[in-house]
Write a protein that binds this ligand. Sequence first.
Ligand SMILES: O=P(O)(O)OC[C@H]1O[C@H](O[C@H]2O[C@H](CO)[C@@H](O)[C@H](O)[C@H]2O)[C@H](O)[C@@H](O)[C@@H]1O
Ligand SMILES: O=c1ccn([C@@H]2O[C@H](COP(=O)(O)OP(=O)(O)O)[C@@H](O)[C@H]2O)c(=O)[nH]1
Length: 455
Amino acid sequence: MSRLIVVSNRVASITEGKSSAGGLVVGVLDALRGMGGIWLGWNGEIETDPVQPPLTHSEKNIDFITVALTQREYDQYYRGFSNGVLWPTFHYRIDLSRYIRRDYSGYRAVNRRFAQILTSSIASDDIIWVHDYHLIPFGQACRSLGIKNKIGFFLHIPFPSPSVLRTIPSHQELVESMCAYDLVGFQTQSDVQAFIDYTTRHLGAIHIGDTVRLGDRSIKVGAYPIGIQPEQIRTLSKESRHSKPLDALREGLQHRKLIVSVDRLDYSKGLIERFDAFECLLESSPQHRGKVTLVQIAPPSRQDVQGYRQIRRQLESTAGRINGKWTELSWTPIRYMNRSYERTLLMSFFRVSQVGLVTPLRDGMNLVAKEYVASQPAEDPGVLVLSEFAGAAAEMHEGALMVNPYDVQGMADSLDRALNMPLEERKQRYEHLMGILKKNNLSVWRDRFLNDLGS
Ligand SMILES: O=P(O)(O)OC[C@H]1O[C@H](O[C@H]2O[C@H](CO)[C@@H](O)[C@H](O)[C@H]2O)[C@H](O)[C@@H](O)[C@@H]1O
Ligand SMILES: O=c1ccn([C@@H]2O[C@H](COP(=O)(O)OP(=O)(O)O)[C@@H](O)[C@H]2O)c(=O)[nH]1
């Protein structure tokens, strides 16, 4: 049987119970656990010495091959081009993008290095599944080393419209390199369409059915929205019901209603607009004052990348201003926490809340939206308030209360509606959403992608 080789920038530690913030790691780990294989990627370490050989170890049915980055590789590949250019541009924040030619060269060099490492572990019938924007040219690097295996690429973040993508000076080379894959998968149909638009308009590719033809290459393209394991999340959500942190949360709330939000501290997540919307709710619906608390969990992320420190400062000052204005002796409106929690605990927080507030300005998928619903008690479910710009909106728009995160008053109105929603309507929405989550769970995502890659 052919083996699965997963290649991604971030590699999870499989240690049970260890928290890992970030949807890619959570999703890929669950997918690999199911079938075993190899996982190649960065181990999160930065070496001061020149390039170190890769480290290997096995845990359960997964063999890990991990690589430390040198400081220069980290600066150019991860901090520079991946998170200083690709991330902001693909999330439509071209104002935050800082293109430096040297970083782009470093980005390509790390992709070549990872491909080189793979050559010593690969068998001819292995299937290679490459993940995310850090590794766009990885497939091409493999091809130039003579690797002929099936290679699929899945982009976890949005693919921008051609006019936005073209702001990256090396856009053409980048997208051409995506054509070295046999299958290119995206989170939503609009991402697929944007890729087809670019390749047909700017590369002269031909689009026929589910393939794009460029020269002698034929690349399958499709939408593969990443899912979760709803039953597993449901079980997790009940596991910590007697834990100290949950007791502390309950005690602090004093029977008030709870709105909960969980995001990496990233400018794409719409945190400032969300805090403004919560304040707008307090202003426009006085009956909620003193009766509802917003808990925002926001673990710091990529703090050495430009744009992230600034959003952190802005959020601290927004939360401080709102709390300064509205706090009473027995009530703090926003509880803002810059730390990560284990998923088990997060799911239990979701379970005791009345509203899950997920309002990114752009997001590839947003697994938190799905986890929120799966954590709810069927007999008294909370309401998901969801941004139309999250990838999850394509599947969840009928069951969630949809909002435009740029419309602060609109979000406040939806919060008011969610907080007052009758039980019957909440149950109907929940049942509908759970049906979708079960139908397109994480195994379906993995199997659909791998079947299409293998066929
Ligand atoms: O590895 P980091 O730089 O610390 O960042 C964490 C991860 O963030 C992004 O996650 C994305 O994948 C999710 C699952 O498909 C999706 O729901 C979410 O919308 C995306 O933003 C990033 O794409 C990963 O590569 C990072 O590891
Ligand atoms: O303190 C935290 C915050 C987040 N997460 C997990 O990290 C993932 C975040 O994925 P999402 O797709 O929502 O966004 P991303 O961070 O990948 O952009 C979800 O599975 C969360 O449950 C976690 O385990 N602990």
